[in-house]
Design a binder for this molecule. Structure first.
Ligand SMILES: NC(=O)c1ccc[n+]([C@@H]2O[C@H](COP(=O)([O-])OP(=O)(O)OC[C@H]3O[C@@H](n4cnc5c(N)ncnc54)[C@H](OP(=O)(O)O)[C@@H]3O)[C@@H](O)[C@H]2O)c1
Length: 267
């Protein structure tokens, strides 16, 4: 029997590449990102190890036309089983000090690409009553942070968007599921891209491997839960922070975010 297809954005490194490795035994794959060489290398390795079909889709998903072309592919794929909206990046510095282009690009990638690709995927999955969408948000979606305004806002949007979809799908009794995956600090290229020193952000106990994150996500997929927050420390943190009155939360976040702004200022 033909495998279902999993589409993974941001599959050229980190969490996305780990999703690809973990899913290759069960799914055919369509891997999307900008770095063609990385995608080709991963596709070749996975095809050799798992005898599975792996295609690549080279695209800048902050570009509306390129997102539309991936959405068309997703809409037309009868074997679509999973969409992982994972591509993402962070920036440094206060909102008005960072380039406007980088802030717009982040909203295009985290918000508009997620809207467009999820719309195409659900139009395909819901009539067949099967499939799942994983939106890779972040623990940052539970907080607001100096030096990370657009990042927190877009990841928070992903959580709320996923909650709405969850309610709609459950409300109509659909077997299609949606998950919002909220990793905390995770070893990947994410912080290297911003030239951030990891030890200045958090102690070792708070860092997760991409394997831990993806294992938690895939385990969560089996029980159909909406939020997956890998690691007990982050589950505790998000539970507490969500319950704080906003004045108290803002006071905590005022102190916490300063280090990040200072790092940005040194770039
Ligand atoms: N690492 C963390 O601490 C952490 C924590 C919470 C949430 N997350 C989220 O996890 C997701 C994956 O990040 P990661 O940690 O695995 O970081 P990563 O190793 O830097 O991977 C980011 C991926 O996104 C792709 N990407 C970035 N901009 C893109 C664009 N314009 N178009 C297409 N693809 C693009 C990158 O590929 P190309 O450069 O080849 O395009 C890469 O494959 C992100 O959404 C991030 O916000 C990360």
């Amino acid at each position: 029997m033909a495998h279902s297809l999993a589409v993974i954005t941001g599959a050229s490194s980190g969490i996305g590449a780990t999703f690809a490795r973990k899913l290759a035994a069960e799914y055919d794959l369509l891997l999307a990102a900008r770095r063609k060489d990385r995608l080709e290398e991963l596709a070749t390795a996975l095809k050799a190890s798992y005898k599975t079909n792996v295609d690549i889709f080279v695209a800048d998903l902050s570009n509306a036309a390129e997102v539309a072309s991936l959405a068309d592919k997703i809409a037309a794929e009868p074997r679509l089983g999973l969409l992982v909206n994972n591509a993402g990046f962070g920036t440094l510095g206060r909102f008005w000090e960072a380039s406007l282009a980088s802030q717009e690009q982040m909203h295009q990638l985290h918000v508009m690409a997620t809207v467009r690709l999820t719309h195409a995927a659900l139009r395909n999955m819901v009539p067949r009553n099967q499939g799942a969408v994983i939106n890779v948000a972040s623990v940052a979606g539970f907080v607001r942070s100096q030096g990370s305004v657009s990042y927190c806002a877009t990841k928070s949007w992903m959580n709320i968007f996923s909650e709405g979809l969850f309610l709609e799908l459950r409300g109509m009794g659909s077997r299609v599921t949606v998950q919002t995956l909220c990793p905390g600090f995770t070893y990947s290229e994410f912080h290297d891209t911003m030239a951030i020193q990891r030890d200045r952000l958090a102690g070792k106990a708070l860092w997760l491997s991409a394997e831990q994150v993806v294992d938690a996500s895939l385990a969560g997929l089996c029980n159909g839960g909406l939020y997956v927050i890998p690691g007990w420390r982050y589950r505790l943190l998000t539970a507490v922070i969500s319950k704080l009155p906003s004045r108290m939360r803002l006071a905590v976040e005022s102190a916490r975010g300063k280090n990040r702004v200072d790092q940005g200022a040194k770039q």
